[in-house]
Ligand binder design. Structure first.
Ligand code: NAD
Length: 483
């Protein structure tokens, strides 16, 4: 069985606890690796290592920090096939998706922030005839914690650590205990990429143990967290009195607003993708499909026909488009929502059950059919709570105002997709929807320079481009006389 280690002070090692956690393959339900069950003692050791490394790393020229990130990116490219297979085995996602999205994007994240730090600059304020010059000195914060979820394991892990390291911080990262393998692989190449010992540390283990100890540590000055809204709220409460910098990327309940004047075929095809990609386990996935009354029946029928054709398969099979859900508890939670929907009077238009195992190897895996529900009101739990699986609901609207009202009838505000060929209406609706991100006639198209994040219960702060570098630096205003 594969045995993962923490990376502390440049050394790969087991936890001080000497305890381990099983890591299960979602497609088979069988353990294939074990990970250190890290605790507060491991956090203390990682903090000590980061503390020693910080004075050197924080003054390392940015070109050299960028070079380390680029080398790390090249190592991802060099080992990409192993990473693709590991990500698929660990998460249950199809290898085709890990190949097309997760692993190339992880490489891109490292390369992108290598470039970003080379172009990052701060402001100076010099009024005409100035007696004083004011400039902003952006300094690395110190030791920062990066905590990531299981749905896009290496993709989101690198999205946090890259800007943190580029800006000159020392990082203690905690990948999800559910999908730890690719973060461990990356940690093994940190030295080869050129990072001095202690600059980048990785702790594996449970959220309420290793994660909690990291969040609570007084020397960890900032926490960048992506995960569930409840966990985010708990972290915010824990750190409130400690005045740490916090970036919280949380859950979503994203509307797709389909107007009658949309490009019908494109809207159907993309809504299928935005609903069911990664088994619906992307925070940006559409989950509430709002359809204008005059095309409701046609759109529903076309969507359901396409959804019925998606058959969950073995993630290791190159042809598979939908894999397994990430864990047994998560599968049970998703199936529980579907049962609750039925009790509330929903009509199941397709799916609604655990899916048959695609082959003998996957007999005890966690497969769920793509599920389309109709007939539920906007206020019911199924339309309010994040399901985070291959389950969507359909609702009907009669006017632009009603579409916006339905879209905003949520405590979440992460992403929305809007389908119309009327550019003015598209812009108006996008600006009236309470979300951090709006896609018009497309989905999941990302420019890494743009701000990324949510409003309402979907989070606080923005990642991406210079926003991330601003988060991972502390601005100091300096004033100096001109004469
Ligand atoms: P989660 O909140 O259970 O866990 C996320 C991470 O936090 C894990 O590494 C976990 O170990 C850690 N953690 C748990 N409790 C902790 C604590 N008390 N202190 C510190 N760390 C703790 O989330 P998950 O189930 O892994 O991920 C799914 C959720 O993530 C969904 O809600 C999804 O919408 C959200 N998500 C959001 C975004 C975004 O960008 N907004 C992206 C991906 C996923």
């Amino acid at each position: 069985m594969l045995e993962l280690e923490n990376l502390i002070g440049g050394e790969l090692r087991a936890s001080e606890s000497k305890a381990w956690l099983d890591n299960v393959e979602p497609a088979t339900g069988k353990p294939f690796a074990r990970i250190p069950r890290s605790n507060a003692a491991d956090v203390a050791a990682a903090v000590a290592a980061a503390r020693s490394a910080f004075p050197g790393w924080s003054v390392t020229p940015f070109e050299q920090r960028a070079e380390c990130l680029r080398k790390w990116g090249a190592l991802i490219a060099q080992h990409s096939e192993a990473l693709i297979l590991a990500e698929s085995q660990d998460n249950g996602k199809p290898v085709s998706l890990a190949r097309a999205v997760d692993i190339p994007r992880a490489q891109k994240n490292l390369e992108f922030f290598a470039g970003a730090i080379e172009h990052f600059a701060s402001d100076a304020h010099i009024p005409a005839g100035a007696t004083h010059i004011h400039y902003t000195h952006r300094k690395p914060i110190g030791i920062v914690g990066c905590i990531s979820p299981w749905n896009l394991p290496l993709y989101l892990f690198t999205w946090k650590i890259a800007p943190a390291l580029a800006a000159g911080n020392c990082v203690i990262a905690k990948p999800s205990e559910v999908t730890p393998v690719t973060a461990w692989m990356l940690s093994k190449w940190a030295e080869e990429a050129g990072f001095p010992p202690g600059v980048f540390n990785v702790l594996h283990g449970l959220g309420h143990e290793a994660g909690q100890a990291l969040v609570e540590h007084p020397e960890v000055k900032a926490i960048s967290f992506t995960g569930g809204t409840q966990t985010g709220a708990h972290i915010a409460r824990t750190t409130a009195g400690m005045f740490k910098k916090l970036s919280l990327e949380l859950g979503g309940k994203n509307p797709a607003v389909i107007f009658a004047d949309c490009d019908f075929e494109k809207a159907v095809a993309t809504t299928i993708r935005s609903s069911f990609a990664n088994q619906g386990q992307i925070c940006l996935c559409s989950s509430r499909i709002l359809i204008e009354d005059s095309i409701y029946d046609d759109f529903r029928d076309a969507l359901v026909a396409k959804a019925r054709r998606i058959v969950p398969g073995d993630p290791a099979d190159q042809a598979t488009k939908m894999g397994a859900l990430v864990s047994a508890p998560h599968r049970d939670k998703v199936l529980g929502f579907i049962r609750e929907a039925q009790e509330l009077g929903a009509t199941v238009l397709c799916g609604g059950e655990a899916a048959l195992a695609p082959n003998e190897r996957c007999e005890t895996g966690y497969f769920v059919q793509p599920t389309v529900l109709e007939g539920l009101g906007p206020k019911c739990s199924i339309n309010q709570q994040e399901i985070f699986g291959p389950v969507i609901t359909l609702q009907r609207f009669h006017s632009e105002a009603e579409a916006v009202e339905l879209a905003n009838d949520s405590t979440y505000g992460l992403a929305a997709t809007i389908w119309t060929q009327d550019a003015q209406k598209a812009h108006r609706v996008a600006s009236n929807i309470e979300s951090g991100i709006a896609w018009i006639n497309c989905w999941l198209v990302r420019d890494l320079r743009t701000p990324f994040g949510g409003v309402k219960s979907s989070g606080v702060g923005r990642e991406g481009g210079f926003e991330a570098l601003r988060f991972f630096t502390e601005p100091q205003s300096v004033c100096i006389p001109t004469a």
